[in-house]
Design a protein around this ligand. Sequence first.
Ligand SMILES: [Cu+2]
Length: 115
Amino acid sequence: MKNILSLGFTLFLAVTVFAAGGTETLTLKTSAVCGGCKVRIESAVKELPGIKTATVDLTNGSLTVEYRERKISADDIKLAVSMAGYSANEVAANPESYEALPACCKGSKKSCGSK
Ligand SMILES: [Cu+2]
């Protein structure tokens, strides 16, 4: 049972990229816990070039980004999430950005209350 769970978790963490008419879709596991996190991450990513959409799902902390591969790479998107203070798959949050977050956004539990 534990193996099945960890396999599922690994698959969930895996970067999902597929071609869709020049637009790539990337799904990342982030450390977002509340509506404030969602706004912070989405606005940080949307500032990047080539981003079409950026949406954080607070039920699981996932970030889905549609972007133009010619303009930006998945690594750049992960870096932007890190610089906003959140982890993105294997990329850890930038320590200084993380420290600057409100206290309730630092935990892995949903301690910020409502979405
Ligand atoms: Cu938060």
